[in-house]
Write a protein that binds this ligand. Structure first.
Ligand SMILES: [Zn+2]
Length: 112
């Protein structure tokens, strides 16, 4: 149910293939700013951006309020496992997974 670009970004995020500041440092790409541009609190890593960032947590809380569903616990893979383990109809799982994928996509979009 998720848009292909959302699914692709989720795949990149799950496999830590996004060009975060941490990845740039590993690849020796010079950049003046290494902190997360969404919260300015920590070095921007894959896990920070999609798991620990204050901005992302706030966004996910709003999505939880809107959907009435709480599946956020840990990293991306854990959230996807939580959705899969729920005793919901397949349609509901797909909608919640699509919402989560859209959230990751728009978090990355806002970061850029
Ligand atoms: Zn942050």
């Amino acid at each position: 149910m998720a848009l292909p670009r959302h699914r692709f970004l989720v795949w990149l995020a799950v496999h830590a293939r996004l060009l975060t500041q941490e990845m740039k440092m590993r690849l020796h790409i010079q950049d003046d700013e290494n902190d997360c541009c969404l919260c300015d609190e920590q070095v921007e890593t894959n896990s920070h951006l999609f798991e620990h960032c204050r901005w992302t947590k706030k966004l996910w809380l709003e999505i939880q309020k809107w959907t009435g569903v709480s599946v956020y616990a840990g990293g991306i893979q854990q959230v996807l496992k939580n959705i899969k383990k729920k005793h919901w109809r397949k349609f509901q799982k797909e909608v919640i997974a699509a919402c989560y994928g859209a959230m990751l996509y728009h978090t990355w979009h806002a970061r850029n």
